[in-house]
Design a protein around this ligand. Sequence first.
Ligand SMILES: *[C@@H]1O[C@H](CO)[C@@H](O)[C@H](O)[C@H]1NC(C)=O
Length: 436
Amino acid sequence: MGYQSRRLFCGILFWLKTTFAVALAFAIMAVLSLRVYTKHKDAMDERAKQPINTPIAIDPANLGCQYQPGGLARLEPAQGVLMGYSPNWNPDVPTTINQRLGRRAAVFNTFMRLVNDPVNPVDQNMLDWHAAEVINAGGIMALTLEPIDMLGVTDAVIDKVTDHFRRLNAGGCPIILRYGHEMNGEWTNYGYRPNIYIPAFQKMATAVHAKTNLTAMLWSPNVGALYPFTATAGGSTWQTADPANLALLDTNGNGIVDAGDDPYMPYYPGDEYVDWVGLSLYYYQDAAPNAVPKATFFDDYLEGQNLVAYGADANVNLALRNFYQRFAVEKKKPMALSESGAGYLMNQAGATELAVKQGWWEQTLNTATLARLTQLKLIINFEEQKNEAAYVKNWAVTTKPEILAAYNAHLTQLGAAVLWANKLGVSCDGSLKTSA
Ligand SMILES: *[C@@H]1O[C@H](CO)[C@@H](O)[C@H](O)[C@H]1NC(C)=O
C-alpha cells in the first residue's frame, strides 16, 4: 500500500472507531437514563399509591379546606379499623415492618419528649426523621408526646411545636397526637393531677386546632380496670396533699380516692378539645407461667365487666369503667387502642407464644367484635421486646416467622374491615378518605 492509501485506511479506521465509541457512549447513556427514569417512575408510582402522604397546602384559600367532614373527627375513617404498630425505631422502622407484613400499615407510633425549651422543645431532627420514615412507608404518624413538666409548658413552646406539626402535615405526614398519655396513673409526672393536666391539654388542643386540620388530638388514659393503681389501702397521701386535686378525683365524695371513684372523667379535657379517645390496653402478664388470655379479657377491661375476677377492689364501680360506652359511644368519638398487645414472657413455661398472642388478636380483631364496636377505629400493636422486672416480655407479632404467618393469615381473613395505608387519602379539612 502506498502512503496515500495507508493514510486513507487509517483515517477510515479512526472515524469508524470514533463513531463506534460515540455510539457506544450514547447507547450506554441511553440505557442508564432509562434505568434512572424507570426508577424515578416506580418511585412516583409508589408515591401515587400513598395519596395520604402527598404534600398538601394548608391554606384556608385551598378549596379542599372549605368543607367540614360529615360528622367525623379529624383523620377518622367512616368505617373500618386502621391498623398500626409502635416500632422500636432502632433498628426496626416502619418500612421494615411493612416489608415483613407484606402490607402498608396505616399508623406508626413514636414516643417523644416535650421539654420546656422554646428553641428546641422536641428533638427536631429526630421528629423529622420519624416523619420521613412514616412518609416513606406510607401512613399516619401517631405521636405520643410526653411533657416532662406539664405545668411549665409555655405559650412559646406550644407555638414552636405546633408550627412543627403544621409543617410535617403540609409535607405529607398527618399526625394523631397523643399528648400527655396515661394521665390517670402515678407513673407520669402529670399523673393523678387533673388540675394541671386539663388546662395544659386544652392549651395544646387550641393551638393545634387553629394551625392545622391534619393533626388530631388523642386523649388516652390507661385502662382503668384496676384504678386507682396505688398499693396503699383506702387511697394514699398524694391525693389529699393537694385539695384541688382531691376535689376533682374523689368523685363519690367519701374523702379518699378509691375503687368507687371514676377513673376517667376527672381527666377528660372536654368535647371540643378531644378529637379521638383512646386507651392503653394490654394483656399484661406479671408472672410466669404464660397463660392464654381469658376469652372475654378485652371486653371486660374495655367495658367494665367482671373486674373483681382480675383483682379489682370489691367496691369497684363497674358502670364508670365502661370506657367504650361513656367516651366512644356517648361522646361519639373515634376510639384507639393507642398501645396494645399481648406480652409473652420469654423463656418461661406455660402456654406457647403463638397461643398467648393469638388469644389476644382473636378477641381484639374479629368480625363480630369489629361489627359491634363500630367506634373502635385504630389498633396499635406495641411491636417491641422489653426487660421488665425479672422477665423479658415480647409483644411483637411481626418479628417471628411462625407468629407472623398466623397473624397475617388472620388479617387476610378480616378483609376490608381492616384499613391499610394504600387505601387512605386526606383533605386539608382533616377528613380521611378511604377507597375500596
Ligand atoms: C380547617 O378546615 C376548615 C373547614 O373544615 C377550614 O375552614 C379551615 O380554614 C381549615 N384550617 C386550616 C388551618 O387549614
